[in-house]
Design a protein around this ligand. Structure first.
Ligand code: ADP
Ligand code: MG
Length: 266
């Protein structure tokens, strides 16, 4: 604990606030723009994600949803605007530096290793280099094993640890990939259409899973399934033709005439 805060805490007083300090958004996307040969796939987009928030981005195909995630994870370079994660500018960082900073991203198609077991898939995703001393290997092995078991329980695969990934159902593969990200303990987890192709039961369990993992992290999800969105979203951002069309609670967004017209109406 920071000793300088102690007297304040003991007196029950609030620590002095710096009025110039930025608000504590986990992610602040500001006037973000990318153009591909003059076509603005993302056009002056701003949104702000709080710690422990589940934010869902919805919108018609081609709205720019995936491109927003590509920009945040550094796969695509912004033409203009800013992306601040915990106050740190991401638009200048490499993809791997962004992962290091604590941003994890799942793509639309699962990228697991089919010929490895569930355990091994999780094991290879465990962040390396936390301890470099050989003497600690045994302790580290135990730490990794415990963490794998904990994650496997969260992603409903604790009884499948020895199964080869290729024998999992489509939904289980998606959960495994979420687990491979969770084991790196990202503070911002981004998922692109995680329940596409899942059964109704798997969708309900995925909603449960996301609601469980947001302690100490935020989740940014792109999704089309409105029932699923209602089950998870704290706030919804609607994109349309590269711009933010509407934002707010699901209740507010689904009653917004602009959203009904371009997206929910058909
Ligand atoms: P969404 O995920 O909302 O369906 P995308 O972000 O994938 O939409 O795409 C938004 C638009 O940008 C689409 O018109 C798509 O064709 C275009 N686009 C995406 N990535 C590129 C790229 N690398 N080069 C050129 N155009 C792209
Ligand atoms: Mg997409």
């Amino acid at each position: 604990m920071n000793a300088s805060l102690l007297p304040n805490v003991l007196m029950g007083a609030e620590p002095a606030k710096d009025p110039a300090a930025a608000p504590d958004f986990l992610l602040a996307v500001d006037a973000l723009t990318v153009s591909f040969d003059g076509f603005k796939a993302v056009n002056d987009v701003s949104f702000y994600v709080d710690p422990n928030e589940i934010r869902v981005i919805i919108g018609p195909n081609g709205a720019g949803k995936t491109t927003v995630l590509d920009l945040i994870c550094g796969r695509t370079r912004a033409s203009a605007g800013s992306i601040k994660y915990k106050g740190q500018e991401l638009t200048k960082l490499t993809e791997s530096a962004i992962v290091q900073a604590g941003v994890g991203r799942k793509f639309q198609t699962p990228s697991i290793y089919d010929d490895l077991t569930v355990f091994e898939n999780l094991e290879i995703s465990f962040p390396r280099g936390r301890s470099v001393w050989g003497a600690l290997t045994f302790k580290r092995d135990a730490e990794v094993r415990d963490r794998i078991h904990e994650i496997a329980e969260t992603i409903f695969l604790k009884d499948q640890l020895k199964a080869r990934a290729e024998f999992l159902s489509h939904g289980q593969k998606q959960w495994l990939e979420i687990g491979m990200l969770l084991i790196q303990d990202p503070e911002l987890l981004m998922l692109d259409e995680p329940v596409a192709g899942m059964s109704v039961g798997e969708r309900i369990k995925t909603a449960e899973l996301l609601n469980q993992i947001i302690v100490g992290r935020s989740v940014l999800v792109i999704e089309h399934d409105m029932k699923f969105v209602e089950d998870i979203a704290h706030r919804v951002t609607v994109l349309h033709q590269g711009k933010v069309l509407s934002e707010g609670s699901m209740e507010r967004v689904k009653n917004d005439p602009k959203v009904i017209e371009v997206y929910l109406g058909h």
